[in-house]
Design a protein around this ligand. Structure first.
Ligand code: NDP
Length: 450
């Protein structure tokens, strides 16, 4: 059910519904499931009053959308950003429900956050906000009920403050948040998981579609947007494998590395971002060119792999055209709904044109590594054990391989297209249909539709 003024949620619902058409025509009984699954099970909407450094009360709007619990406890991040509203959180919670299904782990879907802007706030202000936010949120979450994590604006520092507040309120040390510190219940590889998982997924795409652009070659050119958690670890994995990262960006502009980013430079950006800094302060670094107010997609003449990693709708139709002209072969989202509807149409049309076209992977498949390792963190917390880096990384690789395989096979079966002349299956259709069937079948077994 769409309420007025929910453009992001409408976009996500439209994308899923369109992808499901061939499946629903063959299986009309599932139309009822689509009608029901689009309504969140519960939305909690609350006031957060916190004290700034001058002793003045400040107020924000807090939310938790508990979308679907058919496959496990609600699971999904908390976004702290001034743009946060119910439309954005409903779209994120809806996407999360199907993404979590694609990981094969026992997790339902949810999302939350507040229209609080951590930028420009002192550590003490952020701590007081987190305590105030958790004072209400703690009534609605728990390790078997709802397990939030990080997202835009919510990193390790915020998770720490939120966890500490919950523990004091409930007198319980439990795994009701993921992304925790390594010495207090966190998992190895969780900070890296979304970026690394994205690259593990992309490696399967490259092997099938364009092995000439494998990531062990410095001649393979990669454009990444964003410079936060997801984009930093995406870039580090690409550099580790041997390909060339040409771009990163933030909310103010893009930084192009003429000869490619180095690992050391990504670490420097990591430190800058922890302090709330902007890429524009790196504008005079030798070998790097800063472009204010522009996203990366039109800035480099040749790109083979494009990986949006900042926020929703960050690739427009025009930018998609520019990427196609630049020779892009793989577009895979690290961000959620990174591409606009127009951009997706351009990439999908290119795929349908046959060999040499663009192959697009939606975030609910390609960025599921983050929530997958959150699921592994929950499993370790339940066992009161910590697995090694290698164990977690191997499990992440296996989950991404499985997710890719599911999307490929459902895309082959349910895209409603004749896949002749070397046309690749739609991973968009595959991810949507496979995620939907899993959630819908569990809901049916639990009596949520019939
Ligand atoms: P961070 O807060 O660490 O980084 C966000 C990045 O995106 C920053 O570079 C930020 O710029 C930029 N950004 C934020 N809003 C905008 C905007 N409106 N326009 C342009 N740039 C913007 O977040 P994450 O890296 O964690 O998340 C990035 C994306 O990945 C989001 O879509 C998130 O939902 C998705 N995601 C994250 C997962 C995770 O594990 N963290 C898991 C799966 C998906 P600036 O520094 O200037 O603010």
């Amino acid at each position: 059910m769409v309420l007025p003024h929910e453009p992001e949620f409408e976009q996500a619902l439209e994308e899923l519904s369109t992808s499901l058409q061939p499946f629903l025509e063959a299986n009309p009984q599932y139309k009822k499931a689509l009608e029901i699954v689009q309504v969140p099970e519960r939305i909690v909407n609350f006031r957060v009053v916190w004290e700034d450094d001058n002793g003045v009360p400040q107020v924000n709007r807090g939310f938790r959308v508990q979308y679907n619990s058919a496959l496990g406890p609600y699971k999904g991040g908390l976004r702290l950003h001034p743009s946060v509203n119910l439309s954005i959180l409903k779209f994120l919670g809806f996407e999360q429900t199907f993404k979590n299904a694609l990981t094969g782990l026992s997790m339902g879907g949810g999302k939350g956050g507040a229209d609080f802007d951590p930028k420009g706030k002192s550590d003490s202000e952020i701590r007081r906000f987190c305590v105030a936010f958790m004072t209400e949120l703690s009534r609605h979450i728990g390790s078997d009920t709802d397990v939030p994590a990080g997202d835009i604006g919510t990193g390790a520092r915020e998770i720490g403050y939120l966890f500490g507040a919950y523990k004091k309120l409930k007198n319980e040390f439990t795994g009701m948040l993921t992304g925790k510190g390594l010495t207090w219940g966190g998992s190895f590889i969780r900070p890296e998981a979304t970026g690394y998982g994205l690259i593990y997924y992309v490696e399967h795409m490259i092997a099938k579609a364009c092995p000439e652009y494998s990531l062990d070659k410095p001649t393979t050119l990669v454009a990444i947007s964003g410079s936060g958690n997801v984009s930093q670890y995406t870039a580090l994995k690409v550099i580790e494998l041997g390909a060339t990262v040409l771009t990163l960006s933030d909310s103010k502009g893009s930084l192009v590395a003429e000869k490619g980013y180095t690992k050391e430079f990504i670490h420097k950006i990591g430190e800058l971002k922890l302090k709330g800094g902007s890429l524009e302060t790196l504008a005079n670094e030798p070998g790097y060119t800063y472009h204010a107010g522009v996203r990366p997609w039109t800035l480099v003449p040749t790109v083979h792999i494009a990986l949006p990693g900042a926020t929703q709708n960050e690739v427009s139709g025009e930018e998609a055209e520019a990427l196609v002209k630049a020779g892009v072969r793989i577009v895979a989202e690290g961000s959620n709904m990174g591409c606009t509807t127009e951009a997706i149409e351009i990439f999908e049309a290119s795929r349908r044109s046959g060999p040499g076209g663009v192959w697009y992977a939606p975030g609910k498949a390609s960025n599921c590594g983050g929530v997958a390792v959150s699921g592994l963190e929950m499993a370790q917390n339940s066992q009161r054990l910590a697995w090694t880096t290698k164990e977690v990384d191997n499990k992440l690789k296996a989950i991404m391989a499985e997710c890719y395989g599911i999307c490929l096979s459902a895309g082959t079966k349910w895209s409603g297209e004749e896949l002749t002349d070397g046309v690749l299956p739609s991973l968009l259709a595959g991810a949507n249909v496979a995620g939907f069937i899993k959630v819908a079948d569990a809901m049916k077994a639990q009596g949520d539709w019939w």
